[in-house]
Design a protein around this ligand. Structure first.
Ligand SMILES: O=C(O)[C@H](CS(=O)(=O)O)OP(=O)(O)O
Ligand SMILES: [Mg+2]
Length: 252
C-alpha cells in the first residue's frame, strides 16, 4: 500500500487521485465542522464552492445554510463555519446542511476523482484511518490548505490519521517495523513527525500555525479547542460526489 500526501488541494491534479481512497482535511475549520454536524445528527452536508450556489440550493429545499469567507460568517447567512454552531444537532429544523467556505468545500469537491472520498479531522482520526484501511487500496491524504498555500493544521490532521493507520496495521509493535507497512512519501513522513511532536497537546499544534493565529485574533479560541479534540467522534463521513453523509443512500 502506498500513502501520499497532497499539501494543497487547489493545485492537485484530479488524475493523481484515481484509484485511491482520499481523506480530505480542512482542520480549520470546514472538515471539523462537517464531522461535528454529522456526529450531532445532521443527515447530510452539501459542500458547495460558490456562495450563490449554496444560497440557491438551501432556498430550493429548505436546507440549513452556512457559509464563511475570510474567517467570518457571510453577510445574510444564518450560520458561519464554527463547529460549535452545529454541535447541538439540527433541532426541529431541516437535518440537511449546506456549507460554503473559503478552502474546505472546494477541496472536497476537487477530491471527487478518488473513490471513496472520506472526510478527516482530528475529531475522527481513528475512525477515518480504520475506514481508509478497510478499502484495501492506496491512500491520498488531501490537505485543503489556506488561500492556495500549505496550512500547518491540515498536515497535522493528516499526521494524526497516519499515526492511527500505522498503529492499526501493527498494533503490537513499533511504527514502521512491520514488513507490511505502507510506503509513505516524504510529505506523509513529515506529517507523522508533526503529529508525534504535538501528540500530547494537539491544541498547541493548532495554535502554532498562521491560520490558527488568525482565528485566535478573530476571537475563535473555542473553535480551536473544539477542533483539537482528538478522536472525539467514531465516525467516517463519505462524500458521494453530491453530499457528505454517514450512510450513503439513494432516497433523495
Ligand atoms: O473558516 C475557516 O477557518 C476558513 C476561513 S479562512 O481560511 O480564514 O478564509 O475556511 P476553511 O474553508 O474552513 O479553511
Ligand atoms: Mg482551513
Amino acid at each position: 500500500m502506498q500513502i501520499k500526501l497532497i499539501p494543497v488541494a487547489a493545485v492537485c491534479d484530479p488524475k493523481a487521485l484515481l484509484g485511491t481512497t482520499a481523506v480530505v482535511f480542512d482542520v480549520l475549520r470546514a472538515t471539523s465542522t462537517i464531522v461535528t454536524a454529522l456526529a450531532a445528527g445532521y443527515r447530510r452536508v452539501y459542500p458547495v464552492a460558490q456562495a450563490s450556489a449554496a444560497v440557491a440550493l438551501a432556498r430550493r429545499h429548505g436546507f440549513v445554510l452556512s457559509g464563511e469567507r475570510g474567517g467570518e460568517k457571510i453577510e445574510g447567512f444564518p450560520h458561519g463555519n464554527s463547529p460549535l454552531e452545529f454541535a447541538g444537532g439540527p433541532g426541529t429544523g431541516s437535518s440537511v446542511l449546506v456549507i460554503t467556505t473559503s478552502n474546505g468545500t472546494g477541496a472536497i469537491r476537487r477530491a471527487a476523482s478518488a473513490s471513496p472520498v472520506l472526510i478527516g479531522s482530528l475529531l475522527n482520526a481513528r475512525a477515518v484511518a480504520r475506514a481508509a484501511l478497510e478499502q484495501g487500496q492506496d491512500i491520498s491524504l488531501v490537505c485543503a490548505g489556506t488561500g492556495g498555500l500549505f496550512s500547518l493544521e491540515d498536515i497535522l490532521g493528516a499526521g494524526f490519521v497516519l499515526l492511527e493507520i500505522l498503529q492499526q496495521l501493527n498494533p503490537g509493535g513499533g511504527e514502521g517495523k512491520s514488513p507490511e507497512g505502507p510506503a509513505m512519501d516524504d510529505l506523509a513522513i513529515t506529517a507523522c513527525g508533526l503529529a508525534r511532536l504535538y501528540h500530547n497537546d494537539p491544541l498547541a499544534g493548532l495554535y502554532a500555525g498562521q491560520h490558527g493565529q488568525r482565528l485566535l485574533k478573530l476571537g475563535r479560541e473555542e473553535d480551536l479547542r473544539w477542533c483539537a479534540g482528538l478522536n472525539r467522534f467514531d465516525i467516517a463521513p463519505v462524500f458521494t460526489g453530491e453530499y457528505i453523509t454517514l450512510v450513503p443512500d439513494n432516497n433523495g
